[in-house]
Design a protein around this ligand. Structure first.
Ligand code: NAP
Ligand code: SF4
Length: 674
């Protein structure tokens, strides 16, 4: 008897059967644009071997104007069909099933040629769309149908038509983008004509025995979004038009409510999908912030959906389903919903990967091949850099010992997990603990490794991390000054009024920690209130008319930096706005362009600009230093002085812009070469 009977139950679609209730949701990885079809095929085949029931590819453009950006991949020619066949055959050989997503971006296309229902520019795009005329709409429909037919020719098991997240089809549904007065605009009946017609025409063209998933926006999270009655009306019409499965879309891309970030509670929107259960008779999939087998199982057991979609968790661990099936859930590398190596990369025009699994999308070039001559390797430092190195080395067959002077593994992850909204880091540390135990790694905690202790090892990896930077501010040794380490380790008493010196990732984290009493990430109702999310049956688009209702801040916090620019500018591309909005809701004052003159019993004295003008006292009880870090390399230097050649990685190598993503990737890549 499995622990996850609902998740692992097959789903019979009549003409075909899915082996379980897990869908790998669509992700734009950038792989298809490399045109390295072996690499694309290996990415999907790896996940097929990991047991997922059905996969959906990244969005493929049906035509040039519908591409998310100029040059976006699509099935435009016979060559494209042949290339995609490499992928589908490899997936089928691996025992998997795969559907191709057809994504028409409409006004979200990053192109001056973008089109939409009306010429209403999106707040997240510089390009106003051209309003399509009736002929133009017919052309778009025909192109989507052609893409579906080509997908079938390429051997896909089905298509997913992207109708949510504010893309083209979704744009026709809401009056704030659709200002038309012809048969494609006006009444809801008319506004939903396009998606329904697309599904009807695609079904007619591909025949009955082809999976047709329609991704439907169930809560738009934008002003003047759809009502729940409209969602249900559309779902029924889409079913009648021939869809096999309905997938859930949550929020438009321009929504100012987070929907997948790490601070969003797990399964935060499964209640929305549940409202549709019973309204249609085809299977319904739920989505967003489902990242463990237990969460997936609970969602299904509670009747929220017939199937769950997880996307990023399959970057973190391609074997998610197989491990769950084998009763090894603790061994699943968890997606911590950080977006750092996936969506942030995509939006920066880089290849996606995964913070916890740098091999994601690098299946063919980052290979941990078994070694013929196993070495003994000492890894000093049990933070993310050291742990990932150790595990990858063991996977290759080396014999590894880990040293850390701390009494627990995790390094800086142990601070991150204390930050409200970053609770997922607990799971990451637990995962490393489970992996290390299973691999039988010799773990020496509470041990200060020195040159002598390391003398017997063939290789030494130094992952000793970082030390806080000395700010050299007058008064920094005073009793009212703390480092972020004191604060996040809970070792220090912090007063009611606080100034934070340094507004990088850690400054923001410390601010969040100091203004928050109870994290809402563990309390869905509180989180929905905090961000102003309503039941779409009560408020259009699921936006509370009264707006967000955050808890009062528990401290008065001022966050400062010397640079005269917007604070948080260098935070994650897709998450920085959330951190800024969260602190603004807690009335955190953000001040840039300061000089730190001194700290005394009254607080922090600053001046402004190069002329050191406008001397100002920021009257606070506590000053917290979050001014960045420097490499901790004393052991590396001692080893080099003793004639050894240690491998130095992570913060011990370069402290600037260090994060877990770089640390883990560097460690894994090093391990691939030893
Ligand atoms: P950081 O991002 O480099 O920020 C350091 C801050 O200290 C900056 O605001 C900098 O601004 C200030 N600073 C630098 N030198 C200073 C000095 N001598 N005196 C006073 N202030 C000084 O470093 P961090 O915040 O420690 O974060 C470390 C790494 O962890 C970063 O790469 C960060 O991205 C990562 N991290 C990421 C997240 C995340 O959410 N993704 C969260 C936590 C940490 P000015 O020079 O303008 O004063
Ligand atoms: Fe998840 Fe972060 Fe990996 Fe993206 S980078 S898949 S959000 S853990």
């Amino acid at each position: 008897m499995t622990t996850y009977p609902h998740m692992l139950a097959p789903l019979d679609l009549g003409f075909t059967k899915l082996k379980n209730r897990v869908l790998m949701g669509s992700m734009h990885t950038g792989l298809e644009e490399t045109k390295d079809w072996n690499r694309v095929a290996e990415f999907y085949a790896t996940r097929a071997r990991g047991g997922v029931g059905l996969m959906v590819t990244g969005g493929m453009a049906p035509n040039r104007e519908g591409g998310v950006f100029p040059g976006a991949a699509g099935l435009f020619s016979d060559d494209d069909i042949a290339n995609h066949r490499v992928v589908t055959e490899r997936v089928h050989d691996a025992g998997g099933k795969i559907a191709m997503q057809i994504l028409h971006a409409g006004r979200y296309a990053y192109s001056p040629d973008c089109v939409s229902a009306s010429a209403v520019k999106s707040p997240i795009s510089p390009f106003p769309p051209k309003a399509l005329d009736a002929e133009g709409i017919k052309t778009q429909i025909a192109d989507i149908v052609t893409a579906a037919v080509r997908a079938k020719e390429a051997g896909y098991d089905g298509v997913e038509i992207m109708g949510s997240e504010g893309y083209f089809l979704n744009q026709f549904l809401v009056t704030h983008v659709n200002k038309r007065d012809d048969e494609w605009g006006g009444s809801y009946e008319n506004r939903m004509r396009l998606p329904v017609e697309v599904v009807r025409r695609v079904r007619k063209a591909v025949g009955a025995e082809f999976i047709l998933i329609y991704r439907l926006s169930m809560i738009d999270l934008i002003p003047n979004g759809s009502t729940w009655a409209e969602v249900v009306q559309l779902a029924k019409a889409i079913e009648a038009a021939g869809a096999t499965i309905l997938n859930t879309g949550i929020g438009w891309h321009e929504a100012r409510i987070p929907t997948i970030a790490t601070s969003v509670p797990r399964r935060a929107f499964s209640w929305v999908t549940k409202k549709l259960m019973g309204e249609v008779s085809i299977p319904v999939i739920t989505s967003n912030r489902i990242n463990t087998p237990q969460v997936a199982e609970d969602v299904l057991a509670e009747g929220c959906a017939d199937m769950v979609s997880m996307a990023r968790p399959f970057l973190a661990d391609p074997d998610f389903v197989a491990k769950a099936q084998a009763g090894q859930a603790a061994m699943i590398a968890p997606c911590i919903a950080c977006n750092q190596a996936c969506l942030d990369h995509t939006f920066n025009g880089k290849m996606s990967s995964c913070l916890v699994n740098p091999r994601a999308c690098h299946e063919t070039d980052l290979v941990l091949a078994p070694v013929s001559d196993a070495k003994t390797v000492a890894v000093v430092g049990a933070g993310p850099a050291g742990l990932s190195t150790a595990l990858a080395l063991v996977e290759r067959g080396h014999k590894v010992s880990i040293f850390d002077k701390a009494s627990e593994i995790g390094g800086q992850l142990n601070m991150a997990k204390q930050v409200p909204g970053k609770e997922e880091f607990w799971g990451l540390v637990d995962y490393y603990a489970a992996q290390i135990a299973a691999a039988g790694i010799d773990l020496r905690l509470g041990v200060v490794a020195d040159v002598e202790a390391l003398s017997g090892f063939d290789e030494v990896v130094i992952a000793t991390g970082v030390a806080p930077r000395d700010t050299e501010i007058k008064g920094q040794d005073g009793p009212n000054v703390l480092s972020y380490i004191d604060v996040l380790r809970g070792n220090a008493k912090v007063g009611p009024r606080v100034a934070i010196i340094g507004a990088g990732g850690i400054g923001f984290d410390v601010a969040e920690y100091l203004v928050t009493d109870d994290s809402t990430t563990d309390d869905l109702q509180a989180w929905l209130e905090e961000w102003g999310v309503a039941d779409p049956a009560d408020a259009r688009g699921g936006i509370r008319p009264e707006g967000p209702k955050p808890d009062a801040p528990v401290r008065e916090v001022t966050l400062l930096q010397r640079k005269a620019q917007k604070l948080g500018k260098n935070l994650g591309k897709t998450t920085g706005w959330i951190h800024r909005a969260a602190l603004q809701m807690k009335n955190v004052k953000m001040i840039g362009g300061v000089n730190y003159e001194c700290i005394d019993a009254e607080g922090l004295h600053v001046t402004y600009g190069e002329g050191r003008e406008n001397p100002t006292l920021i009257a606070v009880d506590t000053v917290v230093l979050c001014a960045g870090q420097v490499p901790e390399r004393s052991l590396a230097d001692a080893l080099i002085a003793a004639g050894r050649s240690p491998h130095v990685i992570g913060g011990a190598d370069v402290a600037a812009e260090l994060d877990a993503k770089r640390a883990i990737e560097q460690g894994t890549r090093l391990a691939a070469t030893i």
